[in-house]
Write a protein that binds this ligand. Structure first.
Ligand SMILES: *Cc1c(COP(=O)(O)O)cnc(C)c1O
Length: 225
């Protein structure tokens, strides 16, 4: 079941890449394991998945400990991170997908032992409150990170609102791509911004068509598992 779901998702990514004339090697499937236990996560690792994500600090650390023998796994923290929890997890992750405040950046700067690959979370569809910076705030925010050698802005991340029609999803994801280009044009060594973390179970194929390089898929992987 898990293997079938995984193959189906990989195939969907491949087809979306073909439609967009992209190479499938540009897209990393990040398995979001927040809804399953470590045993299921381990089955995924046995199937060759090497990128795992959790949105809670404690669950990420538990899974990481349980999957210790898979030494090539990269760990992604995708949820919003409370400042007081930064020190517990920041040196255990490879990517942080939800940087959205200066105070959080300062805490990461203080606690990280090496540069952390961060995605800045952008709230494209500003009607939803949720997390993330607005596009207009981004340049100032990034400039303020220039003195922080532990923050590397590898890309931008967004979450589309639930129940969004396909056309609107295309608009949201392509807007994140435009925003990425704006950041790239800033030409800052600490903010190469080559990546786009966008697309979840319901919308990852559209996200890939619009340029996603990391898709974060949870439920779709575990259907019926
Ligand atoms: C849960 C979660 C996902 C995965 O969502 P699914 O709908 O289960 O694929 C992706 N990104 C974030 C930030 C999440 O919290």
């Amino acid at each position: 079941m898990l293997a079938d779901n995984l193959n189906e998702i990989k195939e969907t990514i491949k087809l979306a890449c073909a439609r967009a004339h992209r190479s499938e090697t540009e897209v990393t499937l990040v398995a979001v394991t927040k809804s399953v236990d470590s045993e299921v996560a381990e089955q995924l690792a046995e199937l060759g998945v090497e990128d795992f994500a959790e949105n809670r600090v404690d669950k990420l650390l538990d899974k990481k400990a349980a999957l210790k023998k898979f030494s090539s796994i990269k760990w992604h923290l995708i949820g919003n991170l409370q400042r007081r929890k930064v020190k517990l997890v920041i040196n255990d992750i490879d990517y942080f997908h939800a940087l959205d405040s200066l105070r959080l950046a300062e805490e990461i700067q203080k606690r990280a032992e090496k540069a952390i690959s961060c995605f800045i979370e952008v709230n494209i569809s500003a009607e939803e409150t949720k997390h993330g910076l607005r596009k207009e705030e981004l340049k100032d925010f990034i400039n303020q990170l220039s003195s922080m050698d532990k923050i590397r802005v590898v890309g931008l991340m967004t979450m589309a609102p639930l129940n969004t029609d396909d056309q609107k999803l295309h608009e949201i994801f392509s807007e994140l791509k435009n925003t990425q280009n704006m950041v790239k044009e800033m030409n800052l060594p600490f903010a190469p911004c080559t990546e786009l973390s966008m697309g979840m179970s319901n919308d990852f194929s559209i996200a890939v068509e619009e340029g996603a390089t990391f898709v974060r898929v949870g439920r779709g992987l575990f259907r019926g598992a």
